[in-house]
Design a protein around this ligand. Structure first.
Ligand SMILES: Nc1ncnc2c1ncn2[C@@H]1O[C@H](COP(=O)(O)OP(=O)(O)OP(=O)(O)O)[C@@H](O)[C@H]1O
Ligand SMILES: [Mg+2]
Length: 437
């Protein structure tokens, strides 16, 4: 790219990434540019990128309309639109959303869904409903399944976006909801349920998904929702046993501790009394009541169709995990062996065994030893305290990971005859740290 005197350019900048500038002298290999702050700088052309000379102050709603589709042009366009509360922008058929971090109910109400229904993509302002509608129309017109991929870094808004897509699809493909247990309702209520068990507060996001989620919404030939399947991937298991301030463990633990009678039934108290929760001093979320969330989770379970017996079993298992985490070990008589530390640990052991419905003595053996298979038969090897503790944690993680989705998938009705479906993938947001532990 060659620049001349008078060229409008973007100049690389340490603080702002890019700043607006104009070339005022271009005789040598080095160019002289002035920035908006009137500083004159001499730079090589590799530090510059061309800037649109007649940019529209409001920005463009589709970035393929930009004269130069370069990084500063894209960022600047998004920033200008964001300043005008336009959080959505297209790049061709891709929708870019910039998280508003504030509720925008007018943007997502029923009136809005009606507006976007059946309207050609690109005709109205960029919107997530337009993407959902385009995939629904394509599915109906071509008789072919569609998929929507939602990606972005942690906290970018993937899960919220996925929920909006699901809301729109259940709106256009649903029947008038007369009762609570329609497939649409089940699909929608699977969200709070999955979030209770798969989301946690992280440094980036109070409701960060610690798993990937693929939702398949199935339709019949007339475009009505006939079933759904939900798959989850790669749950972050380590969080169950290890957390650091100001993060939290999975929401469901705090919900259960705040559940009043149910908590009492399982010998639970405040989260600070449990090792798996008190490693971080953060127990509450801004503006959210754990007790109310517990009721929402229970309600979601009802709607999704998890029987009361199964609900009870799920929460009993959660409580058992918390008690399990409070079992500590001290060195045993033999070298490199371990025993249950004290009466407090023994109490938690008894409660955990009772909730898991297993024999406490067998549980002690399981925690404090390891069986190794050899050709001559099984050898039982004692574990030292540290190994017994990691054995305990491994058990907690495995049990937790198995609680989550099987139950939900079994319950939400799948339509095995469905030929067309829309898949929505809300894939895990990765954090970028200087040092990744
Ligand atoms: N369209 C939106 N309108 C209003 N608020 C939003 C919107 N999208 C995101 N948010 C806000 O940002 C928060 C984080 O969004 P979300 O949980 O969807 O991020 P994510 O991309 O799924 O992150 P993670 O990868 O950590 O799961 C939400 O809890 C919500 O407060
Ligand atoms: Mg998420």
């Amino acid at each position: 790219m060659s620049f001349q005197k008078g060229s409008k350019v973007w100049l690389q900048d340490k603080e702002y990434a890019w700043v607006e500038a104009e070339v005022i002298d271009a005789r040598d290999k080095l160019l002289v540019v002035t920035t908006a702050r009137r500083t004159k700088i001499m730079v090589g052309p590799e530090k510059l990128l061309p800037r649109d000379p007649d940019e529209d102050l409001g920005g463009v709603d589709d970035m393929t309309k930009l004269t130069y589709l370069n990084e500063p042009g894209v960022l600047y366009n998004l920033a200008r639109r964001y300043a005008l509360n336009e959080i959505y922008t297209y790049t061709g058929s891709i929708l870019i959303a910039v998280n508003p971090f504030t509720k925008l109910p007018h943007l997502y109400n029923e009136h809005m869904m009606e507006q976007y229904k059946g309207v050609r993509f690109g005709e109205l302002s960029p919107h997530i409903f337009a993407v959902a509608d385009a995939s629904y129309r394509a599915m109906m017109d071509e008789g072919r399944s569609q998929s929507i991929l939602v990606s972005g870094e942690s906290g970018a808004g993937k899960t919220e976006t996925t929920k909006l897509i699901m809301r729109y699809l259940t709106y256009v493909g649903g029947k008038a909801a007369v009762d609570d247990r329609t497939v649409e309702q089940q699909v929608l209520e699977s969200n709070p349920l999955l979030e209770a068990f798969g989301n946690a507060k992280t440094v980036r996001n109070d409701n960060s998904s610690r798993f990937g989620k693929f939702v398949e919404i199935q339709f019949d030939g007339s475009g009505r929702i006939s079933g759904a399947a939900i798959r989850t991937y790669l749950l972050e298991r380590s969080r169950v046993v290890k957390i650091t301030d100001p993060e939290r463990n999975y929401h469901c633990f705090y919900q259960l501790c705040a559940s009043g009678k149910d908590a009492e039934k399982y010998n639970l108290g405040h989260p600070w009394s449990f090792h798996y929760l008190n490693q971080s001093k953060t127990y509450e979320l801004d503006g959210i009541s754990n007790a109310e969330e517990y009721l929402k989770t229970r309600r979601a379970m009802d709607i999704v169709g998890i029987s009361l017996d199964n609900q009870e079993a799920i929460f009993r298992t959660l409580a058992a995990i918390l008690h399990l985490g409070n079992i500590e070990f001290s060195p045993g008589k033999e070298h490199d062996s371990s025993i249950i530390k004290d009466s407090k640990s023994n109490f938690h052991l008894q409660v955990a065994a009772n909730l898991f419905m297993c024999d406490p003595d067998l549980m002690v053996v399981t925690l404090c030893s390891r069986s190794i298979q050899t050709r001559e038969g099984n050898i039982i090897k004692a574990l030292d305290c540290a190994a017994a503790a990691s054995n305990r944690d491994a058990l907690a993680k495995t049990v937790y990971a198995r609680l989550l989705v099987e139950n939900i998938n079994k319950s939400v009705g799948q339509d095995l005859d469905s030929k067309i479906q829309i898949g929505v993938l809300d894939i895990y947001g990765f954090e970028c740290f200087e040092n990744n532990r």
